[in-house]
Design a protein around this ligand. Structure first.
Ligand SMILES: Cc1cc2nc3c(=O)[nH]c(=O)nc-3n(C[C@H](O)[C@H](O)[C@H](O)COP(=O)(O)OP(=O)(O)OC[C@H]3O[C@@H](n4cnc5c(N)ncnc54)[C@H](O)[C@@H]3O)c2cc1C
Length: 391
């Protein structure tokens, strides 16, 4: 195998493009967005992501782009502080880390590295995928001529088109977690309350969560989470904004300001928290799924990017080694990690977004309590022994 079509220039797609491109493969990455998709919150460089980026030779560049953060702080609907967890908590192993960069910046670093070796087609996608005798796959596109590839990779996210074309409809693989999340960037105006480096979280009864965290200078990354399994169609943005406004009406703090900013944000996104479970293998012939399209563990796992980086490395390692067992080898390497990441620890949702005022007060009291010396020493020891639960 020497030629690949990668569908999706996200974290997984561009990481794989770097590795195959450097190995001399002829790689085309087709991305449906008109340009590299930016936006999203931060990526934690503790642990697995750091190791893969180091092996790619891109860690130093990522470390120059860290977001200055002081920690997480929980506030009530009036903005009054209820609990904080500074980045120094738990010897730097707490909820927010000193070593986080925006997903936007990670995507740019990977994209630049990939673009040295591969071709990107923006504003296009695959229309059909047809296995050919001999194993290659013929792809047709909306805006480019058909072409044949030794390998086709669906790195096109949770709502993967490659998966729909080759494996069947999304309903077969989607496991909704009953939550939805909107995220976008707010550009600060004169009078915008500063964050001073804090990731501010305001929980409200009914499992609502409103959050703002530091972004690039002069920008704040906003997140709004709420219970939902289905959302109005992407083709009806007004219905999506109207839903948010209805759900968050009267939620307090800066919510009204955020709802207004959502309507004009360039990178506004709204989606349900889902897991993707593809039983029976991530490949059909020489078409293979990678990243969220294969195994989305949901943002609640905190592991989406780490798995995308690891998965791209595992897939590249397997196909560069060659042989008919390459794609099963990739799956064997990744399945245990994916299965572990998809097991959200019990109570994860309840801690993230408690249902009642009492639950919110209990959660913030627990956030304070876990940082008092006897408990934090015990937790530090547990983390050292069993590893860290991702944020
Ligand atoms: C803009 C953006 C913001 C995000 N923000 C967060 C966040 O704040 N928190 C979080 O936990 N996770 C976030 N994610 C998801 C996170 O990036 C992934 O969970 C993780 O990095 C796995 O990456 P992936 O490459 O598999 O998928 P993604 O990063 O989702 O990348 C998939 C890529 O495929 C492209 N694509 C989709 N459909 C097609 C198609 N039909 N044809 C061609 N290309 C297609 C998409 O435009 C995207 O560029 C975000 C994803 C995106 C795209």
């Amino acid at each position: 195998m020497r030629s690949a079509l990668i569908v999706g220039a996200g974290i997984a797609g561009d990481t794989l493009a770097v590795l195959l491109g450097r190995a001399g493969w002829r790689v085309t990455v087709v991305e449906i967005a008109p340009r590299l998709r930016t936006g999203g919150q931060t990526v934690d460089l503790r642990g697995d992501s750091r190791e893969v980026l180091d092996r790619l030779g891109l860690l130093d560049e990522c470390l120059t782009r860290l977001v200055p953060q002081r920690g997480a702080a929980w506030i009530d609907e009036t903005g009054r502080l209820m609990a904080t967890m500074p980045v120094e908590a738990f010897d730097g192993q707490g909820y927010v880390s000193k070593e986080e960069l925006l997903r936007t910046d990670l995507a740019r670093v990977l994209h630049r590295a990939a673009a040295e070796h591969v071709t990107h087609w923006f504003g296009d996608t695959v229309d059909t995928l047809e296995p050919l005798p001999g194993g290659a796959v013929r792809a047709t596109f909306r805006h480019h001529e058909p072409a044949d590839y030794d390998l086709v990779v669906g790195a096109d996210g949770t709502h993967s088109r490659v998966r729909s074309l080759t494996f069947g409809p999304e309903e077969r693989y989607r496991r909704p977690l009953g939550f939805a999340h909107a995220w976008f960037t707010l550009t600060e105006q004169p009078g915008t309350p500063p964050l001073d480096g804090w990731f501010l979280i305001c929980n409200r009864p009914g499992r609502l969560l409103v959050a703002a965290r530091p972004g690039h200078p002069g920008r704040q990354e906003i997140g709004l989470s709420f219970p939902a399994t289905e959302l109005p169609s992407r083709r009806d943005p007004q219905a999506r904004f109207a839903l948010l406004e209805q759900v968050f009406a009267g939620a307090g703090w800066r919510t009204a300001e955020f709802l207004a900013a959502a309507r004009t944000a360039e990178d506004f996104a709204l989606d349900t928290y889902d897991q993707i479970v593809v039983e029976g293998g991530w490949h059909r012939g020489r078409t293979v799924l990678l990243g969220d399209s294969a195994w989305c563990a949901s943002p609640l796992s905190g592991l989406g990017t780490a798995l995308a980086l690891q998965g791209a490395e595992a897939l590249a390692t397997a196909v560069l080694a060659g042989g008919p067992g390459a794609l099963p080898d990739y799956e064997r390497a990744m399945r245990p990690r994916v299965d572990a990441a998809q097991k959200l620890f019990p109570g994860r949702l309840a801690i993230y977004a408690p249902n009642t005022g009492l639950g919110i007060r209990a959660m913030t009291a627990a956030m304070r309590a876990v940082q008092t010396p006897p408990v934090s020493l015990l937790l530090n020891r547990l983390v050292a022994t069993h590893g860290r639960e991702p944020s």
